[in-house]
Design a protein around this ligand. Structure first.
Ligand SMILES: Nc1nc2c(ncn2[C@@H]2O[C@H](COP(=O)(O)OP(=O)(O)OP(=O)(O)O)[C@@H](O)[C@H]2O)c(=O)[nH]1
Ligand SMILES: [Mg+2]
Length: 346
């Protein structure tokens, strides 16, 4: 009798397991197939980022250039249209006439207007490449970068972005708060220093900037730091005072690290257009500028200023700012720039 009960119970358990298994199997079959893993969008290429930052400039040029490149021949009217467009994009008179002269030599008069597009792009790229050099490097540290430019041009922001970039490459970075003139400037640099994971050497507001840079360089040597970036004031009571101060800062830096500063970056606000030219003129000789960081390219229709600055002052544009965030700094790339400004399709 008991055997019979055990047998029945086992039968029930077995049946239950079989039914549960069948149900689970049926459910599984009814489920939609597992979806493909969500594709991670590819990071935009450097050329895409330039293209996005230059959208406003391209928009401003768009109509005129379309008309020029759509002409049957590269005739006088085409050149007039081109001149108007380049001047509107703040390429500047000197660089514009240099470009047009060279184009006239290269493009036969009976060539279609579209030939101008191709040649202009190649020409802009060539001319920018002529002055193009990479950021300085040194065989053994510290590499010293002095950052100059008028107030509001984007010095401190560029320093923060650059510091973050070096840190990402694994270098140690020390920042010098050489802008002791403006209230809040030291604090702003400290915020960027934290963001970039780079300590800041600072004194109180009103302190001698040369003394701050002196302390920064000494600390950098003692701590075996790879890269030092020094901020400076953009404005003093008078331009002469500012230039004297920069000269003094340079001297002090060179005394502690012979050959330094290895790079003096002039930060220019891209939205200033022609005003950027006059700033370059003032700073270039006195401050010993070795390259330009052009900021706010994302917010201007005057991106042609890159061409003008490089041509007129024979200064390489080394960096461009394409936004306010820490990652919004790009090494300037002449080919990507020319390609983005004069794309094949409008
Ligand atoms: N859109 C955009 N804004 C930028 C860029 N670079 C800097 N800015 C903004 O420009 C403003 C001025 O930047 P700062 O870095 O404070 O300029 P600064 O030259 O240090 O100015 P001072 O310390 O007054 O001499 C800030 O609001 C920045 O966020 C950029 O590439 N794109
Ligand atoms: Mg500043």
């Amino acid at each position: 009798m008991q055997d019979w009960i055990w047998l029945a119970l086992s039968g029930v358990v077995l049946l239950t397991v079989l039914i549960a298994g069948a149900v689970a199997y049926a459910r599984r079959m009814a489920l939609p197939p597992p979806s493909e893993p969500t594709a991670i969008p590819a990071a935009p290429s450097p050329a895409d980022r330039f293209a996005a930052a230059l959208q406003r400039t391209r928009d401003a040029l768009g109509g005129t250039l379309r008309a020029v490149f759509g002409r049957e021949h590269a005739d006088e009217e085409a050149y007039e249209g081109l001149e108007e467009a380049l001047l509107r994009a703040d390429v500047g008179t000197r660089a514009t006439s240099a470009l047009l002269d060279e184009l006239r030599k290269r493009v036969p008069k009976d060539a279609p207007g579209s030939a101008l597009r191709r040649e202009l792009r190649a020409l802009v790229r060539e001319r920018l490449e002529r002055h193009s050099t990479a950021l300085a490097t040194v065989p053994s540290g510290p590499l010293v970068i002095l950052v100059v430019g008028v107030n509001g041009s984007g010095k401190t922001t560029t320093i923060g972005k650059l510091a973050a970039r070096y840190r990402k490459e694994g270098r140690t970075v020390l920042l010098g708060a050489g802008d002791t003139f403006r209230a809040g400037a030291i604090e702003q640099l400290k915020v960027w220093g934290e963001r970039a994971d780079a300590p800041v050497i600072a004194q109180q507001e009103g302190a001698d900037p040369a003394a701050v840079c002196h302390d920064t360089l000494q600390a950098a040597v003692a701590r075996n730091i790879d890269v030092v970036i020094c901020d400076t004031a953009g404005r003093l009571q008078a331009q002469k005072a500012l230039m004297d101060e920069l000269a003094k800062v340079r001297k002090v830096i060179g005394r502690i690290v012979p050959g330094a500063p290895h790079e003096t970056l002039l930060v220019l606000d891209g939205t200033m257009g022609q005003n950027a030219f006059s700033q370059a003129r003032v700073f270039k000789d006195v401050a010993g500028v070795t390259g330009v960081a052009l900021t706010k390219l994302d917010g201007t229709a005057k991106g042609g200023v890159v061409i003008g600055i490089s041509e007129e002052f024979e200064l390489p544009v080394k960096l461009v700012g394409v936004g306010e965030k820490v990652e919004d700094l790009r090494t300037f790339d002449p080919a990507a720039f020319a390609g983005a400004l004069f794309p094949d399709v409008d």
